[in-house]
Design a protein around this ligand. Structure first.
Ligand code: DQQ
Length: 553
C-alpha cells in the first residue's frame, strides 16, 4: 500500500516495526546518547512490553541495539515498564523501572549496566533483591509506577518521586535512599492535585531563572525554579507547572495555584499529540533535553496494516522562558539542523482572504522558520476602540478551525497539502483583542493564539482530526514567529520560539510523494500580513540496526 508506506517518517526516531510508546532512561555516556523505549516486539499494538535500546552520536542518527530489559522475572513478567536513569557520584549508572508482576502488581525494580567500560551499555543486570519497592498501604497495586531520575537532598541522600493517585487526586510519592536497594518513604507527597487522576511518568527537574543553560537534576538554589510534570492517564495530556521545591520537607509549591499541574487552565508541553515525556540532563552539552512519545491518530487497524505505531518527537531543549518566567521554552535540538539541505528564502505580502503556493518542490520533509507582521495601520483601525472586546472566548480547539475568519487571523502555512487543497493541515496564528491574559501580563493588549487544524488533513475517515492549539505569549516588540518541522505523517509546530508547541499526526491520501505542497494563507478579514521565511528541504536520517561498520561513526 503506497499511501501507508509514505507515512513512515524519515528523521524521527521509530523502531523498524511494531509498537513503541514511552521514552525511558535517556542518558549520555562515553560519547553516546542512549535511548530506551517501551516496545512490543510482537505486534503494532501495545503489549508484551520490553525496553528497546538505541544509541546515537547526535540524537538524530540512531543505531538499534539488542533489547536492554525483557520480562524474564516474576516481578516484571507482565512488562518492563517505564523508568529513569541516575548517575551516581562515581559515574556509575542505576536504572529504576516499573515491573508489572506475574500478578499484575506494579513494583519498582533496580537494574545496572553489567560492564561500565562498554560505552554501548549492551548488558543490563537486574538486582537479585528486586523488587525494591512495592505499593505502600493506601496505594492501589495498579497505581504505582514510573520512577524518576533521583536527585540529591541537602542531607546527601538520593530522592525519587513516583506517580500515583488517591481516589481522584493525582499524587507524587517521595522516597529517600542511599543505595537504591532500600528506601525510606515520606508520609507526605511532593505534590498533589485533586481531580487529575493517576499521574503517569512524573518528571521533576530544576530550571534556571536567569540563564538559558540546562541544569543537572540535583541543582537547587536561589536562581532555580522547579518543574513538576505529570502525564494524565485520563486525558493523555502532559501537564507541567512552575514552582518552588523545598528540600527540607520534600514538597513543591506552584507559583500560581490557578496554573497547577493538570488543571484545565494550566500549561502543557504540547497542545497536540504528545505523552509520557521525560527529560534528561545532557552533561555533554550542558542542556536539558525533552523526549516525548507521539502516538498515532489513525485507527489500530491501520497501524496493524502498516506494521508500526508511534514515533518520538525530535528531542527538544527545554529551559524556563527567562523573559516571562511563566512558561518553558522548547526548541528542537540544534543537531536537527544538520539534516537541512537546500533552502529558499521568501518575503511575501498576503492580502486578506488569499492562499498562495510556496514553490519549494516536494514538501514532505521540510523545516520552516517564519516571521509575520500585521500592518500597523490595520491593527489600529480594527482595534482603535479600546472598549471593543472581541473574541475573548477564543480557543483553537472550539473555534471551528482555520476557515473561520476573524479580523486579525487566522494566517500561516498550510502544510502537507495537495494542489487542489482537498487535503491540507493549516498551522497558524489567530490574533484577538482579548482581556489581558494570565500569561501575557501587561505586555500586550492583543492576545495571540497558535493553532494547528487537522480537520482537513486527510480524506481517510478512520483518523481523529482535532483543531489543536493554545494561547501563546507575545511580548512587546516581538514579531510573531513560528517554526514547523514536517516529516511525512508528523508536523511539529513551535510558536514564539517554543513557548507554545503543537505536534500533530496527519495522514494525507492525495498530498503524498511528489504531490505534497506548501501554501501560505491569510484568512483574516481586514489585516494584510507580511511573511518572511526560510524553507529547508530536510535529509533523511540513518536509523538502522547497529553493525560493526558503525563503530567508526
Ligand atoms: N506506559 C508504561 C507505564 C506508563 C505508561 C507502560 C504511560 O509505565 O505509566 O507501557 O504511557
Amino acid at each position: 500500500n503506497t499511501i501507508l508506506s509514505w507515512q513512515r517518517t524519515a528523521f524521527h526516531f521509530q523502531p523498524e516495526k511494531n509498537w513503541m510508546n514511552d521514552p525511558n532512561g535517556p542518558l549520555y555516556y562515553k560519547g553516546w546518547y542512549h535511548f530506551f523505549y517501551q516496545y512490543n516486539p510482537n505486534a503494532a499494538v501495545w503489549g508484551d512490553i520490553v525496553w528497546g535500546h538505541a544509541v546515537s552520536k547526535d540524537l538524530i542518527h540512531w543505531l538499534y541495539l539488542p533489547f536492554a530489559l525483557v520480562p524474564d522475572q516474576w516481578y516484571d513478567a507482565n512488562g518492563v515498564w517505564t523508568g529513569s536513569a541516575t548517575f551516581l557520584d562515581d559515574g556509575s549508572i542505576v536504572m529504576l523501572y516499573t515491573g508489572s508482576t506475574d500478578k499484575f502488581v506494579q513494583v519498582q525494580n533496580l537494574a545496572y549496566p553489567e560492564d561500565l567500560s562498554d560505552p554501548l551499555l549492551l548488558k543490563w543486570t537486574k538486582y537479585p533483591g528486586n523488587p525494591v519497592l512495592v505499593p505502600p498501604p493506601g496505594i492501589g497495586e495498579k497505581d504505582f509506577r514510573d520512577p524518576t531520575t533521583a536527585w540529591k537532598t541537602s542531607a546527601g541522600k538520593w530522592r525519587i518521586t513516583i506517580g500515583s493517585k488517591v481516589n481522584k487526586t493525582g499524587i507524587s510519592l517521595i522516597y529517600d535512599t542511599t543505595d537504591f536497594k532500600t528506601y525510606e518513604k515520606h508520609d507526605t507527597w511532593l505534590h498533589q492535585v485533586p481531580n487529575t487522576g493517576m499521574w503517569e511518568c512524573v518528571d521533576f527537574y530544576p530550571v534556571s531563572k536567569t540563564k538559558t543553560k540546562g541544569l543537572d537534576t540535583s541543582v537547587n538554589g536561589r536562581d532555580v525554579k522547579h518543574i513538576v510534570k505529570a502525564s494524565m492517564d485520563d486525558t493523555r495530556i502532559d501537564h507541567y507547572a512552575i514552582g518552588t521545591y523545598y528540600d527540607s520537607n520534600a514538597t513543591w509549591v506552584p507559583d500560581n495555584p490557578a496554573i497547577d499541574v493538570g488543571v484545565s487552565t494550566g500549561l502543557r508541553y504540547d497542545y497536540g499529540k504528545y505523552y509520557a515525556s521525560k527529560t534528561f540532563y545532557d552533561q555533554n552539552k550542558g542542556r536539558r533535553i525533552l523526549w516525548g512519545w507521539i502516538g498515532e491518530s489513525d485507527s489500530e487497524a491501520a497501524d496493524v496494516q502498516k506494521g508500526w505505531s508511534s514515533v518520538q518527537g525530535i528531542p527538544r531543549t527545554v529551559v524556563l522562558d527567562t523573559k516571562t518566567k511563566k512558561t518553558l521554552v522548547q526548541w528542537p535540538i540544534k543537531e536537527i539542523e544538520s539534516l537541512r539541505l537546500t533552502s529558499k528564502k521568501f518575503h511575501m505580502k498576503v492580502e486578506p482572504g488569499t492562499v498562495v503556493p510556496v514553490e519549494v518542490g516536494p514538501a514532505a520533509q521540510l523545516d520552516i522558520e517564519a516571521e509575520f507582521t500585521i500592518k500597523k495601520s490595520d491593527v489600529d483601525i480594527i482595534f482603535g476602540d479600546d472598549s471593543v472586546d472581541t473574541d475573548k472566548e477564543f480557543s483553537c480547539e472550539t473555534s471551528g478551525g482555520s476557515t473561520v475568519r476573524g479580523a486579525l487571523g487566522p494566517f500561516g502555512f498550510s502544510v502537507l497539502a495537495d494542489q487542489s487543497l482537498s487535503e491540507q493541515t493549516p498551522v497558524y496564528f489567530y490574533v484577538t483583542k482579548g482581556k489581558d491574559s494570565k500569561l501575557s501580563g501587561k505586555d500586550s493588549k492583543l492576545s495571540t493564539f497558535f493553532c494547528t487544524d487537522t480537520s482537513r488533513s486527510t480524506k481517510a475517515n478512520d483518523v481523529v482530526k482535532p483543531v489543536y492549539g493554545s494561547f501563546v505569549p507575545v511580548l512587546k516588540g516581538e514579531k510573531l514567529t513560528m517554526r514547523i518541522i514536517i516529516d511525512h505523517s508528523i508536523v511539529e509546530a513551535f510558536g514564539q520560539g517554543g513557548r507554545t508547541c503543537i505536534s500533530s499526526r496527519v495522514y494525507p491520501t492525495n498530498a503524498i510523494y511528489g504531490a505534497t505542497k506548501l501554501y501560505l494563507f491569510n484568512n483574516a478579514i481586514d489585516a494584510t500580513v507580511t511573511a518572511s521565511f526560510k524553507v529547508w528541504q530536510m535529509n533523511s536520517a540513518f536509523i538502522h540496526p547497529f553493525s560493526a561498520d558503525d563503530l567508526g561513526v
